[in-house]
Design a protein around this ligand. Structure first.
Ligand code: HEC
Ligand code: HEC
Length: 300
């Protein structure tokens, strides 16, 4: 057999010829295959997939792309949990900057007492270190989605809020924060006002009646004003419950501040319309005036 140790495998001129050809051809084939292998990913000519539509449009795509959304397309709303995880989590997970902590019933109980609508409005307009809409824009998260996040967080800390009503198609699209929110409230039902009033009353019921008086003597007036505002007045004035002029809202305050400060103090002390005397508290006159100053300074 040809494998025999002393046998020459090439016995005929034909075999010699074949061996010479193979000796040249095999390395060349290997080189060609290697070259093809190395080059394969970057080849762009015919016979590769470099000319497919996807590959070409990827190569010629402009640097900045504009994502055109069809305003009429049905919007897919994020769930409260999704919004929470994407946005609110940043502060509310750990209680950063004094944020009520996720699932912490003690942090949330007094806030839940304000009722869903108030919390929703606060989340839309911001409050203290809480940025309006958690710092997002209405294009990213609609009022409705922010509301769902509020319900999600509150419900994880003991509340039993239903999601806000699904907005009518296109309703939340253009309108910005507070405007859309109050629009939604107005459109929602005529008893929205009643619900707000109930929420305000619930909040006030949780206010300790004689609270800030002792502290006020040592602290300076602006401290006392802020303290009283936080404890009492914000129940209505933070979100504009019962049409109270909203804290920080220049337009709401401007017509009122055309009157003399004495008149404004008087309204706060003795009540006006749905505004109860001293906001329903029995704080000292000086503290109520300081709270007015605190609110007024926010719109100057
Ligand atoms: C940058 C930090 C931060 C982010 C982000 C943030 N919050 Fe807050 N949030 C706060 C702080 C701080 C408070 C406490 C404000 C206070 O009581 O003065 C707060 C309070 C709240 C309250 C209670 C308001 C009240 O009346 O006491 C709600 C509701 C709320 N946040 C909702 C949200 C929602 C919904 C998101 C996400 C869309 C969000 N927050 C994202 C910091 C944040
Ligand atoms: C139960 C809700 C509620 C509470 C709590 C509340 N307010 Fe008001 N406040 C209102 C409403 C409603 C108005 C608008 C009244 C109107 O114009 O008819 C108002 C108006 C005012 C005005 C403007 C009056 C004017 O027209 O010049 C001042 C000042 C004021 N409140 C101060 C306070 C202070 C200070 C506190 C806390 C000590 C407080 N409010 C607590 C509901 C409330």
């Amino acid at each position: 057999m040809s494998e025999a140790p002393h046998g020459n495998p090439i016995k005929t001129p034909g075999q010699l010829f074949a061996a010479v050809i193979a000796g040249f051809a095999v390395p060349i084939v290997i080189i060609v295959l290697l070259a093809y292998y190395v080059d394969n990913g970057t080849r762009t000519g015919a016979g590769t997939d470099g000319l497919t539509e996807a590959a070409v449009s990827q190569r010629i795509a402009p640097l900045a792309q504009v994502d055109i959304r069809d305003a009429n397309a049905p919007r897919v709303y994020k769930t409260g949990e999704e919004v929470y995880k994407a946005v609110c989590f940043a502060c509310h997970a750990a209680g950063t900057a004094g944020a009520p902590k996720f699932t912490n019933a003690a942090d949330w109980a007094p806030r839940i007492a304000q009722g869903f609508d108030t919390l929703w409005h606060t989340a839309l307009t911001g409050k203290g270190a809480m940025p309006a809409r958690g710092g997002t824009s209405p294009d990213d998260y609609s009022d409705y989605e922010i509301g769902r996040a509020v319900a999600y967080m509150a419900n994880n800390a003991g509340a039993n809020f239903a999601d806000p009503p699904v907005p009518a198609a296109g309703a939340a699209a253009g309108a910005s924060g507070a405007a859309a929110a109050s629009g939604a409230a107005a459109a929602g039902a005529s008893d929205a006002g009643a619900a707000q009033a109930a929420a305000a009353m619930a909040a006030m019921a949780s206010v300790p009646q004689a609270a800030p008086a002792p502290a006020a003597q040592s602290a300076d007036a602006s401290q006392a004003g802020k303290a009283l505002y936080t404890q009492v007045c914000q129940a209505c004035h933070a979100a504009g419950v019962l049409n109270a002029p909203k804290y920080g809202d220049k337009e709401a305050w401007a017509p009122r501040l055309k009157e003399s400060m004495d008149t404004v103090y008087n309204y706060a002390l003795h009540g006006k319309g749905a505004m109860p005397p001293k906001g329903g508290s029995n704080a000292s006159d000086a503290d109520v005036k300081a709270a007015v100053d605190y609110m007024v300074s926010a719109v100057k």
